[in-house]
Design a protein around this ligand. Sequence first.
Ligand SMILES: C[S@@+](CC[C@H](N)C(=O)[O-])C[C@H]1O[C@@H](n2cnc3c(N)ncnc32)[C@H](O)[C@@H]1O
Length: 254
Amino acid sequence: MTTTGAKPMGVEDEAAAARAVRQMFDSIAPRYDLLNHVLSANVDRLWWRRTARHFRAVLTDPDAAVLDICCGTGDLTMALLNHRPKGARAILAADFARGMLSRGAKKFGVRAAGAPYAVPLEADALHLPLRSESLDLVVTAFGFRNLANYAAGLLEFHRVLKPGGQLGILEFSEPGGLLGKAYALYFRRVLPAIGRLICGKDGPYNYLPASVGNFPRPAEMLELLRTAGYAECAWRPYTFGIAGLYTAKRAAIA
Ligand SMILES: C[S@@+](CC[C@H](N)C(=O)[O-])C[C@H]1O[C@@H](n2cnc3c(N)ncnc32)[C@H](O)[C@@H]1O
């Protein structure tokens, strides 16, 4: 069966799914960073940095228009900022959960005078308040999986990208083989228990493994990208395929 989008438990339609996701992230926002680093043993930092490095060429262009969508508490935004030259155009950092975004805004708000900076934007990834063909790079980390409609998300990113603009989607994946089995045990049993302990709630850290399990496998995700009109679609596994970076381009006009 093809997964069309995130389906938190008990929701019937896309509007309800989006509402449930937003409420869930708002509710875990105060503990999100701590949980992230504990549960991933800080490997998440490497993944954000690696993703930012991949897009170095566009990030070092001071005029490039860059969006970090589903920026949450802003760690990918911070990694992207490290590659921006002095005086560069601000990165747009957008999320629809105010509790997450306000924490991110605190991080990227504290910048030395003249240093590259980011601007927080409260916005839904499926309805971006941005002009068509206005961005050079759209990038997202661990947010895409939570969209209520993946195909609609890809089309919306395509709309706002300039011809030749680039897309990067960093997402979890499920590795195969023996390592995959051991990881599945950690991800499905240990992680929800630690999450429950730190955040005092059951739902969010049961949702995480369930949402990764339901997320399209790389071959299917690449097909979704091509169907949405992207060119040069690729997937690079990170850390034995526990996570991975999808990259694609909006075709340039010939
Ligand atoms: C797992 S967090 C990832 C945050 C951050 N990018 C990171 O790497 O830590 C997912 C984020 O996606 C946001 N999100 C999910 N669906 C969204 C949507 N439709 N529009 C905007 N943000 C959304 C959530 O509010 C949440 O902050």
